[in-house]
Design a protein around this ligand. Structure first.
Ligand SMILES: [Zn+2]
Length: 132
């Protein structure tokens, strides 16, 4: 399976290696984070001196063009584009540290959801609002 993540805005490829690289910011702290490319895997790579407390909300942005990745309709979710062997999907993931919620959407519906906190989000019905 090949995974190719890209920025919805500038289309830059965000996982040149195995890890998805994103910028995240909160107050005056800005850092780069590495995320596991497989939806539902929550291994993260952080700079060693950085503490990220569970429950804190972070703003994720594209490290190339600085575009904010927040979903327009749910400010607690961020979005990325993902091209896989069998087509392109949209990935939504929580921007709250420690919260495990990831969604895979194709053009018309929710394909997969992952993570112990995903039930907090109702994408099963009315998910079209996430597809703007
Ligand atoms: Zn970008």
């Amino acid at each position: 399976m090949s995974w190719e993540y890209s920025c919805p805005e500038c289309k830059a490829m965000l996982n040149p290696e195995r890890t998805i690289i994103l910028a995240m910011q909160r107050d005056d702290v800005r850092l780069l984070i590495g995320l596991h490319p497989q939806p539902g895997k929550y291994e993260i790579h952080l700079p060693p001196e950085i503490a990220v407390d569970d429950g804190t909300k972070w703003n994720f942005s594209c490290p190339v063009c600085q575009a904010q990745l927040a979903n327009k309709n749910d400010p607690d979710l961020c979005e990325l584009e993902l091209r896989m062997d069998d087509g392109s999907v949209k990935i939504l993931f929580s921007r709250i540290a420690g919260e495990h919620a990831t969604f895979v959407l194709n053009e018309s519906s929710l394909k997969e959801k992952h993570g112990k906190n995903s039930d907090r989000y109702d994408l099963t019905f009315g998910q079209s609002k996430y597809l703007v």
